[in-house]
Design a protein around this ligand. Structure first.
Ligand SMILES: C[S@@+](CC[C@H](N)C(=O)[O-])C[C@H]1O[C@@H](n2cnc3c(N)ncnc32)[C@H](O)[C@@H]1O
Length: 490
């Protein structure tokens, strides 16, 4: 029979990590250690230190002729720091141009002492790990680092769930976001353990003092929240100044707001060029859309904010062909022929239809008894087409039961109801992390209710559905359109 994991949001977008085995739900047991001295923009930074750091940063940009077009400047804004228009700017206007020599990327790693220590480039390190190490070693160099003014304005933390305390994580008890957060931290921990053993401990001169897991997690969080999503793999880069641009849910344009162009003599020097996607008035902040496809859980994990837009409410259903299923081999074969596997993940969005492959896969999982004839090799090429429509009353009833039971048990794992969440969210002055927790846990529950409603409605329609045998008789011309059997003798 079908096995249904319902708490699992796979780590599908982690840099260079294959779709991981789904993490198990558990709360961290050890309190996280306090942050070490390495980190920039102190948590307790005063307005005065931010102003000084910003002034230094602006001077640093000017010394590299960045932002000298007088269009935008970095400033303190409600989201931390941001980019503010120095004059009215029309949609599509370039608002920041940053030459490659300022980026922190694989080439910067290769040119640095770290690159040499790792045997050129990242020395086989994952690109994000190499750039994270560059970031940490440059922070350790303090004022000697060529990026020092940039490093000084980086936040010490965001509200990403990877930085939440144990107590804060209790607010997302039962959610997929919690299990993903735990899984991501485990992944970062394992990368840290190997880089610690292979690079950090062997190059004490480059990493004076110790680098802790919290330092490494900070670097991961910085990359995760600041790298433009399309700059993946070897292209991964921190782009100072451009990375100050904040996200607005009001910007819904699909196209990218940036590009990499050739600039300078013969257009040889790559330049990161950011455009404003909308008209902006002087003194207003420039915003872009970070990613229209990210769910609230992904926004919370990557950036530390959520939106109230229901299309961001999502739940990943994980379905699995059980190894104890007597038809395991046949079912797996059929799934693989249709580009699915033993385990399949389906992202379900609030108020939207189920992904097209989900019902056939569910029907496949639930095949048993007299329906098993459809698994025979004879049907192999046509079986998926048959599974796109109801197979038999028993099978259709089973898929409804499996899904409704799973929704019920997932819903029971949350410690609040949707009504309680909605009431809480109306309170004034909620802390940002609590706002995120309420948004995500309410959103997940709404999607689970939406899934339950789809299968509840289906259950009520079981008698009126057309099943495989009837379709087959119709195809053979043995049943009329009104369902009556056609007799030769009549
Ligand atoms: C690319 S950085 C932008 C610069 C950042 N505000 C800073 O102070 O350095 C992304 C981070 O900015 C913050 N941010 C961006 N857009 C936001 C929004 N709409 N609401 C809340 N925080 C936002 C989040 O902390 C996010 O992780």
């Amino acid at each position: 029979m079908a096995t249904l994991h319902h708490h699992l949001l796979p780590l599908q977008r982690l840099p260079n990590s294959p779709r991981q085995p789904p993490p198990r739900l558990r709360l961290p047991t050890k309190p996280s250690r306090p942050h070490s001295r390495l980190l920039p923009r102190a948590a307790a930074s005063t307005a005065a230190t931010t102003v000084t750091a910003l002034e230094d940063f602006r001077r640093w940009l000017a010394s590299h002729s960045v932002g000298d077009g007088g269009k935008t400047f970095p400033a303190a804004v409600p989201e931390g720091l941001g980019l503010v228009a120095a004059r009215d700017l029309p949609r599509g206007e370039v608002v920041a141009e940053v030459p490659k020599k300022l980026w922190m990327d694989a080439d910067a790693v290769a040119a640095s002492d770290i690159g040499r220590a790792c045997g050129g480039g990242g020395g086989g390190l994952r690109p994000w790990v190499a750039v994270a190490l560059l970031l940490l070693s440059e922070v350790a160099r303090g004022a000697d680092s060529p990026w020092a003014p940039y490093l000084a304005i980086l936040p010490r933390q965001t509200d990403s769930t990877i930085f939440w305390s144990e107590e804060e994580l209790l607010e997302i008890q039962g959610t997929q976001l919690l299990s993903t957060t735990v899984g991501v931290k485990e992944y970062v921990q394992s990368e840290f353990d190997s880089v610690q053993a292979e690079i950090i401990s062997r190059n004490k001169d480059l990493f004076p003092g110790s680098i802790t897991f919290d330092d490494f997690l900070w670097a991961f969080g910085i990359l995760r929240s600041r790298v433009f999503p399309e700059l993946r793999g070897d292209k991964l880069a921190l782009v100072p100044f451009a990375d100050l641009v904040n996200h607005s849910p009001d910007i819904t344009s699909e196209g990218s707001s940036w590009e990499i162009k050739g600039k300078g003599l013969f257009g040889r020097e790559p330049m990161f060029s950011l455009r404003t996607p909308v008209d902006v008035k002087s003194g207003q902040q420039i915003y872009i859309q970070y990613d229209l496809d990210k769910s609230n859980a992904e926004l919370a994990l990557d950036y530390g904010f959520v939106e109230s837009n229901p299309s961001r409410d999502s739940y990943t259903v994980t379905l699995e062909i059980s190894e104890s299923d007597p038809f395991y081999g046949d079912k797996l074969d059929i799934a693989e022929l249709n580009e699915l596997g033993e385990t399949a993940y389906f992202d379900i969005i609030l108020d939207e239809p189920l992904p097209p492959q989900m019902l056939p896969y569910l029907r496949l999982l639930c095949i048993g008894g007299t329906d098993a004839f459809i698994l025979e090799a004879l049907f192999r090429n046509s079986v998926w087409g048959h599974l796109e429509l109801p197979l038999s009353p028993d099978n259709e009833e089973s898929i409804c039961q499996v899904m409704r039971d799973a929704c019920k048990s997932a819903l029971a794992a949350y410690h609040t109801t949707i009504e309680e969440d909605e009431e809480l969210s109306e309170r004034e002055n909620l802390q940002p992390r609590l706002t995120i927790a309420i948004g995500v846990r309410a959103g997940e529950k709404k999607v689970l209710q939406h899934i339950d409603n789809i299968f509840k409605q289906r259950e009520q329609e079981l008698d009126g559905l057309e099943y495989y045998q009837e379709r087959r008789l119709k195809d053979l011309g043995l049943v009329s359109d009104n369902g009556e059997i056609i007799f030769w003798e009549s």
